[in-house]
Design a protein around this ligand. Sequence first.
Ligand code: HEM
Length: 195
Amino acid sequence: VKTSSIPGYTYGSKTLATSPVSLEDLARLESTVLWTDDDVAALRRAGEILGPQADRILDVWYGFVGSHDFLIASFAGADGTANPDYLGAVRARFAQWIVDVCSRDRDQEWLDYQHEIALRHTAAKKNLTDGVSSPASVINLRYIIAFIVPLTATIRPFLAEQAPDADEVEAMYQAWFKSVTITAALWAEPYSPSW
Ligand code: HEM
């Protein structure tokens, strides 16, 4: 995928604000989730399996969101029903996110885009990127946190399908779990004055 062709995907753009989270804060978060060099390697290997399957993974995640009124409400258009254009636009960036989680170095550029995506879940920036007038103006923080579970649990079968053995599945799964947890913790920043 040529990332420049994904509408609204602005990773690395010079126009992005600098994250209020420092690289030191990030390193402390990584230590808190027991991140190791082995996780880096396992995450890279996970990316090789998950990246090509992003579309199938998104089918599972969108199926999950679509089966809960209070979640799909976040994608409502002006008329209150789910806006397929909005869902489609976010889906393309979400697929790229799977690749980015696994393959990008967690440097300043990465941090700045985490900040941007975090804001896109809040009243500050939700709906702006895709120019939608959704009545849902914010994703509640409690769901961002709770999403760690479905975004993690649903990944195991995709890894297991292609990994050689159970230990390898477990290593990649743990690296993914830690990475999603780091992500959710980072994205909590704009919601919380005592982050
Ligand atoms: C946007 C991931 C929680 C609804 C996105 C994007 C990603 C993502 C990758 C697109 C980012 C981009 O613009 O490049 C995640 C992760 C979550 C999470 C990792 C939790 C750990 C949630 C929850 C909901 C939700 C709980 C509620 C259903 C949305 C919506 C957008 C979005 C509506 C589009 C926001 C906009 O208008 O720009 N999410 N998400 N997300 N997500 Fe989430």
